[in-house]
Design a protein around this ligand. Structure first.
Ligand SMILES: Cc1cc2nc3c(=O)[nH]c(=O)nc-3n(C[C@H](O)[C@H](O)[C@H](O)COP(=O)(O)OP(=O)(O)OC[C@H]3O[C@@H](n4cnc5c(N)ncnc54)[C@H](O)[C@@H]3O)c2cc1C
Length: 332
């Protein structure tokens, strides 16, 4: 893998803005995220909630904001490495190598850590042999709708993702059964009404207890949480949408100064390691607010100091984007 000017660990709003700003400053960029999708908390935790405190948008759905931030963040064609958790940070003569859990070794001159509360991983249902069925019928997200074509599908969960996938996959799946452990849904009311009116069968007050199938999933056993009655549902695929866990995990072992699960930074968002910066929810300094509006400003500042760390003759303040030719990053 080639050495880039800056590697951004975490593709949430702050990492995406750092990617855009680094591109604007003519830097080569690599973004790493443990999830299959960019967008961080906006995409993973609250896609259907409105955000009211981002400049320029009196009111915007988190998923729409994520969509636009992804478009902006990818404007200068950064390399995007998804479904890889940055595990190790190794110092080299001219920067660092980041090793991922998938065995990649990614060289970089500088690093901006925008890891939020840490790498997200999907919450599992917690039944026997669940890992054996991963990719063989059990899914924790959807990257390609077509794999559910003509399938008997079980969707587990009561939040926006579960309901969105019911509605989105209705036209491809042979049948869909939504399994949820209670009669309260976190999903948007409008989506709940649409699913109720659709051909999706709803199994409310049920949890999945067993997975069946020789070489891949063929069915699940569900149990009524109140009566304890069990039932077998034929299923070729199940999508688990019961949330995410996050953990700073490996980043804690990178030799960074960690204060209460956050990385201590100075006024330049520089950590105690040279050329390594931290921005967004993951960083700690006096006066830190965990907000998108403030985090993206931290990202722009960190990028400018990373630029200077690579090229001490570079200006800290690049001027205004309105004066630049965005196709070249140069002033017009
Ligand atoms: C329910 C809810 C509502 C909110 N509403 C608002 C609001 O209205 N306005 C507002 O300003 N803020 C809001 N926030 C807070 C806002 O979402 C966060 O401040 C923002 O997402 C922080 O962005 P970030 O880029 O720092 O991190 P995140 O969005 O947390 O993204 C971090 C990314 O880094 C990845 N990552 C972490 N560690 C690794 C690793 N080792 N390797 C690879 N990838 C890694 C994660 O998978 C994740 O995708 C809300 C938060 C929640 C939970």
């Amino acid at each position: 893998m080639n050495q880039v000017d800056v590697t951004i660990v975490g593709g949430g709003p702050c990492g995406l803005f750092a990617s855009f700003y680094a591109g604007l400053r003519g830097m080569s960029v690599r973004i790493i995220d443990s999830l299959p999708e960019l967008g961080g908390q906006l995409t993973a935790l609250y896609p259907e909630k409105y955000v009211y405190d981002v400049p320029g948008f009196p009111k915007i759905l988190a998923k729409d904001l994520a969509h636009d931030m992804i478009e902006q963040g990818l404007q200068f064609d950064p390399e995007v490495v998804l479904e890889q958790t940055a595990n190790e940070l190794i110092r080299t003569d001219d920067g660092y190598i980041i090793k991922t859990d998938g065995g990649l070794e990614l060289p970089t001159k500088t690093v901006i850590i925008s890891a939020g509360a840490g790498a997200f991983s999907p919450t599992k249902i917690g039944v026997e042999r669940e890992d054996d069925y991963h990719g063989k019928g059990i899914h924790y997200g959807v990257r390609d709708k077509s794999i559910f074509q003509g399938k008997k599908l079980v969707i587990i969960g009561g939040g926006d993702s579960a309901f969105d996938w019911c509605l989105n996959l209705e036209d491809v799946a042979e049948s869909i059964t939504l399994v949820h452990r209670r009669d309260v849904f976190k999903a948007h009311e409008d989506s709940v009404e649409k699913v109720k009116a659709s051909r999706v069968e709803m199994k409310i007050w049920y949890t999945v207890k067993e997975l069946h199938g020789e070489d891949g999933l063929s069915g699940v056993t569900v149990e009524n949480t109140q009566t304890k009655e069990r039932e077998h549902l034929p299923a070729d695929a199940a999508i688990v949408n019961i949330g995410f866990k996050s953990s700073l995990g490996p980043i804690k072992d990178w030799g960074l100064e960690i204060v209460k699960n956050q990385i201590q930074v100075d006024g330049r968002y520089q950590t105690n390691l040279p050329g390594v910066f931290a921005v967004g929810d993951v960083c700690a300094f006096d006066g830190k607010l965990k907000l998108i509006a403030t985090g993206v400003g931290e990202a722009a500042t960190a990028v400018c100091f990373a630029k200077q760390a690579i090229d001490p003759s570079a200006k800290l303040f690049p001027g205004h984007s309105s004066d630049m030719d965005l196709t070249t990053g140069h002033h017009s």
